[in-house]
Design a protein around this ligand. Structure first.
Ligand code: 5GP
Length: 197
């Protein structure tokens, strides 16, 4: 098991409805030493790739993206959740359905902070059905920017997002892939992936 899988095994809690709670170190209380290990690992995996901007989504992606940005030495832009459709033309807009809250949000990024010269690494905490990621990918594409890759902390491999994103040809680096979990026993199974050792 790698460092993140060990931490999930130790402190992650499996909830009903395919939800993995990682509030103790990622989503509420944040373990910055762990975030640094994650940043270092993404930097290693994307070594040699030209990246000049990290894009993430409010809220839980922001902390890990900021720490990762120290390793890439690039700015972080986060897509903001906004209830109203922006009509001033100065924003890229995408619609994202929240897996955990079951509601739809517009997410927006100002055109000032993303454009056709950018080489983007998307970072997020979880990948479930891939809706958040599809929204961010749409924003990168609206900007005419180049998507160099995607770094995810925890992918739930038994949901469809990872397969869809890989089938679309994107480079997706998930630090831990959960292939199964059981709320009754608390069991968490990780994908046996050499890159994840
Ligand atoms: P997706 O759009 O891929 O279905 O879901 C991704 C988003 O939903 C993530 O950004 C994350 O905030 C949230 N999410 C999805 N599954 C889980 C989960 O099992 N646990 C937690 N804590 N958040 C999740």
């Amino acid at each position: 098991m790698n460092f993140l899988e060990e931490r999930i095994q130790k402190d992650g809690i499996v909830k009903e409805g395919n939800v993995l709670k990682v509030d103790a170190f990622l989503n509420h209380q944040m373990d910055i030493r762990l975030f640094r290990q994650m940043g270092e690992e993404w930097k290693r995996r994307f070594e040699g790739t030209h990246i000049n901007k990290i894009l993430t989504i409010e809220a839980s992606g922001i902390g890990i993206a900021c720490v990762a940005s120290e390793y890439f030495d690039v700015p972080v832009v986060f897509a903001k959740k906004s209830k109203s459709i922006n009509i001033d033309g100065g924003m890229y807009v995408a619609e994202v359905e929240s897996f955990t809250h079951k509601c739809k949000n517009q997410v927006i990024v100002s055109k000032k902070f993303l454009g056709s010269d950018d080489h983007v690494l998307i970072i997020d905490d979880f990948l479930a059905n891939g809706c958040a990621l599809q929204g961010l990918i749409s924003i990168v594409s609206q900007a005419g920017a180049t998507l160099e890759g995607i770094g995810i902390a925890i992918e739930k491999g038994f949901q469809s997002g990872g397969r869809t994103i890989r089938n679309l040809g994107y480079r997706l680096e998930s630090l831990a892939i959960v292939d199964g979990m059981d709320a009754a026993t608390g069991r968490i199974d990780f994908r046996n992936n050499d890159e994840n050792k």
